[in-house]
Design a protein around this ligand. Structure first.
Ligand code: ATP
Ligand code: MG
Length: 308
């Protein structure tokens, strides 16, 4: 191994891969969220303190990997975060990226599409938020809203002014999953890893977090009546998430279902999944060639000659 390079798979990398393996949705498997994943799972980590310690290590590791990613400039990473309201997307981004150089990260939020966005094909606005080579792009909500909120509320589909018949039927959603899989395949083939996290919150924990947003004045701004309304569609969302996870967890862009009832555990998992993707890329500082080294030496002589 050359000096300054991250080993492709050291002991820590193996530990991280082992830690996140149970969160991964096996491509081709049929997911039933209510049966297959426990939102309160904590993988045998004894205490919040222990989890936070792990997260601190993860944050440092991410900072180092991101510096290499930026220096190498050949690959990018797209981190997609999906969750129901109060699932912890914002806090996850804040904590997991806390050590990373902000210049190397671009975060995009996706809300109800604008008229301009609706006048394009449905993936257009997501393309506009993609990272450059050397960057980590974060989607706070993502193209998956197109098979989640739009699926749960078919009237949103009408606003997309799609041509043809059969819109909203089963075959239509199958095609949409396929288009998303193909788009992600295209991105990964071109050097952009697609990392997908679903923060899996229980219904009870969502209730508790909503109440907190209502009770604590500093958190009031985080709550809207629409959130409570959306909660009444809980079962429809669980079904849409289950089907989405089954249809779009692929070998090139698998889903990770992150237990989200404990914020500290969700953040630790998110850091681990992101670190794993960066380790897979194995970014390293570019090797300085003989010519460039010669120029460095000339520059050193000139600078040393200026010494007071
Ligand atoms: P926060 O509440 O933490 O500020 P948020 O992501 O929940 O963040 P909101 O403005 O509350 O932001 O909600 C955005 C809304 O936009 C969500 O209800 C989401 O489902 C909806 N949305 C996102 N993408 C689409 C889409 N393509 N079509 C219709 N609605 C969408
Ligand atoms: Mg919201």
């Amino acid at each position: 191994m050359k000096d300054g390079q991250v080993p492709a798979r050291d002991e820590r990398a193996e530990r991280i891969a082992g830690f996140i393996a149970p969160l991964r949705v096996e491509p081709g498997s049929k997911v039933d969220l209510s049966r297959d994943f426990d939102p309160a799972h904590k993988a045998g980590i004894g205490s919040k303190r222990e989890g936070q310690e792990l997260l601190r290590g993860g944050v440092l590791l991410l900072a180092d990997l991101q510096r290499r990613l930026a220096a190498q400039g050949t690959h990018g990473v797209l981190l997609c975060l999906q969750a129901l309201d109060a699932g912890g997307k914002d806090g996850t981004i804040r904590h997991v990226m806390s050590g990373v150089n902000p210049q190397g990260v671009r975060v995009t939020n996706f809300k109800v599409p604008s008229a301009e966005e609706l006048s394009h094909d449905y993936l257009w606005r997501y393309t506009c938020g993609l990272p450059r080579r050397g960057e980590i792009g974060i989607f706070n909500r993502s193209h998956y809203e197109e098979v989640l909120v739009v699926r749960v509320h078919p009237e949103l589909l009408a606003r997309q002014r799609l041509p043809g018949r059969g819109t909203g039927k089963k075959a239509f959603w199958r095609r949409r999953y396929q288009e998303i899989n193909d788009w992600e395949r295209y991105l990964t083939d071109n050097g952009f890893s697609v990392v997908k996290l679903f923060l899996n919150l229980s219904r009870e924990e969502q209730r508790v977090r909503f109440l907190k947003r209502i009770d604590v004045p500093e958190r009031n701004w985080k709550f809207s009546a629409a959130d409570a309304r959306e909660r009444t569609y809980w079962d429809a969302y669980q079904a849409a998430f289950s089907e989405m996870l089954s249809a779009t967890s692929t070998a090139w862009a698998p889903w990770y279902v992150v237990p989200a009832d404990r914020k500290w555990f969700a953040r630790t998992c998110a850091a681990a999944v992101l670190a794993n993707a960066l380790i897979d890329i194995g970014p390293s500082y570019p090797d300085v060639g003989a010519d460039a080294r010669h120029e460095l030496e000339l520059a050193r002589k000139q600078l040393e000659g200026e010494a007071p």
